[in-house]
Design a protein around this ligand. Structure first.
Ligand SMILES: [Zn+2]
Length: 97
């Protein structure tokens, strides 16, 4: 099984790229708070989806862009196999098969 690579995100400011670890306690439900300065720097807001993966023994989280996988459009998005596709691209895919 392969884990799909999340779409590329804007490069965060160097201060966040080099941010040292901030100890955070995980609660009994497995939740952890991402420091607000990191959320702000990466544009993570309430309701955003985060892709969560394990890589080399580390948990990696990346914000999932709310845009079409093919055209980056943000209108009429539908989810297909955990990826977002706009209605226009979805119609093109259907007509191409
Ligand atoms: Zn599209």
């Amino acid at each position: 099984m392969t884990i799909p690579t999340p779409p590329a995100l804007p490069t965060p400011p160097p201060s966040v790229l080099t941010a040292k670890g901030t100890p955070r306690k995980i609660d009994e439900l497995g939740r952890v708070v991402i420091p607000s300065e990191m959320r702000h720097a990466l544009g993570i807001t309430p309701g955003d989806l985060l892709d969560v993966q394990i890589a080399n023994g580390r948990v990696i989280m990346a914000r999932i862009e709310h845009s079409c996988l093919f055209c980056a459009g943000t209108e009429d998005l539908i989810s297909f196999k955990n990826r977002l596709i706009c209605a226009t691209c979805n119609a093109e895919l259907k007509s191409a098969t």
